[in-house]
Design a protein around this ligand. Structure first.
Ligand SMILES: Nc1ncnc2c1ncn2[C@@H]1O[C@H](COP(=O)(O)OP(=O)(O)OP(=O)(O)O)[C@@H](O)[C@H]1O
Length: 356
């Protein structure tokens, strides 16, 4: 803990009267507990104001996983909504991916948060939406592509859950470390199309009526943990049973190592991402995107619906339905020959080359 490094006689550099108990991971400023809590909250408020994230009377769903980020998000949003009279109606929205021993425990935390923060809670499950749990998906297609399935299904599940509640704005606990990690990943993969949008504080999938925002875009993960610690928040701290994909994990480690040498590198990477503008050119009078490999993609149409599930999609069949098709094929094969389990992984690889 940074406390050990502090001179016992140090005073808080903000209030100059209470004893400093920590150094801010972001800029090494020595602060007392009360000033740190206030500064952390104020910085989130400033991001919200600067980006005009909300409007009075808006109904907002907090993507609540029970983990540290979304628990702190719920706690801070409740406080700011009251302190600055945002006039928001806040609701907790949880997705049950169906991971026994992980999500069932974290959902128990969200249920406690529901009463601690006095917010309504809605739980939507993969089983109800897709007739698959993540445990079943991993048993069928292997652990390697689990993050691909989970990511696609969760994004859609959050949208569907919000719409069920008549909500058009979902906020998530993605923090500065997550944002910098995504910039780095997209850069390393040469995924320029995603790179340009990966640092947006608010996003709207094409044609989707649900806006997604990240009020913690500039908040360091370490500070989120400290905030939860000082406010003694009740959160679930176990890692997902299905570890993050190897490449993302390596990018995360690289970033953490860089942060120890240069703490500002997290914000610097985000800043670099913000300055990135995609090269585009016009073909047949239409703006096209030029990918890293020189290939081009045409802009997608707004408001299309998936022919299978009827959900909003820029393609004829949405990404979730394509994944489900692979799973169903695999389920049939697994039922005949239990040694077959690479069909869905192959499909995932094919999907990586498609533009959505
Ligand atoms: N099962 C879920 N239900 C609802 N929202 C979720 C769920 N999983 C993730 N989210 C949302 O997406 C954000 C990022 O999730 P991710 O799993 O990438 O990160 P995390 O750092 O583990 O977040 P957390 O600490 O909140 O669990 C979360 O903060 C939360 O807002």
């Amino acid at each position: 803990m940074p406390e050990r490094l502090l001179n016992v006689l140090s005073l808080c550099e903000l209030c100059h009267c209470r004893k400093a108990v920590m150094r801010r991971p972001k800029n090494f400023q020595k602060l007392c507990k009360m000033c740190f809590i206030y500064v952390f909250e104020t910085e989130i408020h400033n991001s919200i104001q600067r980006e005009h994230l909300f409007h009075p009377g808006e109904k907002v769903a907090i993507g609540a996983s029970g983990g540290k980020d979304s628990t702190v998000l719920a706690a801070v949003m409740k406080k700011l909504n009251e302190r600055y009279s945002y006039g928001l109606e806040l609701v907790l929205l949880s997705i049950d991916e169906g991971i026994v021993g992980y999500r069932d425990d974290s959902l128990a935390t969200v249920k406690r948060n529901q009463s601690q923060y006095d917010m309504p809670l809605e739980i939507v499950s993969y089983k109800d939406l897709y007739d698959w749990t993540m445990d079943e998906i991993v048993a069928c297609s292997g652990i390697k592509s689990s993050c691909t399935y989970c990511g696609v299904f969760r994004r859609q599940a959050l949208d569907r859950g919000a719409l069920k509640l008549g909500i058009h704005h979902v906020i998530t606990g993605h923090n500065a470390d997550d944002m910098a990690e995504t910039v780095l990943l997209n850069l390393l993969r040469g995924d320029t199309a995603r790179l340009e949008h990966s640092v947006n504080i608010s996003t709207n999938s094409v044609g989707s009526p649900v806006k997604r925002s990240k009020p913690f875009k500039y908040a360091y993960e370490k500070e989120i943990v400290l905030y939860a610690h000082y406010r003694k928040l009740d959160y679930f701290s176990t890692e997902c049973t299905y570890a993050p994909e190897a490449f993302r994990g390596t990018a995360r480690t690289l970033l953490k190592n860089l942060e120890t040498i240069r703490p500002s590198c997290i914000l610097d990477v985000i800043h670099s991402g913000e300055q990135f503008k995609l090269k585009s050119r016009r073909i047949h009078d239409k703006e096209v995107e030029v990918r890293a490999d020189g290939s081009v993609s045409l802009p997608s149409k707004d408001g299309n619906r998936c022919e299978r599930c009827g959900y909003l999609s820029t393609n004829r069949i949405c990404k979730a339905c394509i994944l489900l098709e692979g799973l169903e094929l695999n389920r049939a094969k697994v039922q005949i020959d239990p040694s077959v389990n690479d069909g869905a992984a192959t499909l995932t690889k094919t999907l990586e080359h498609l533009s959505f």
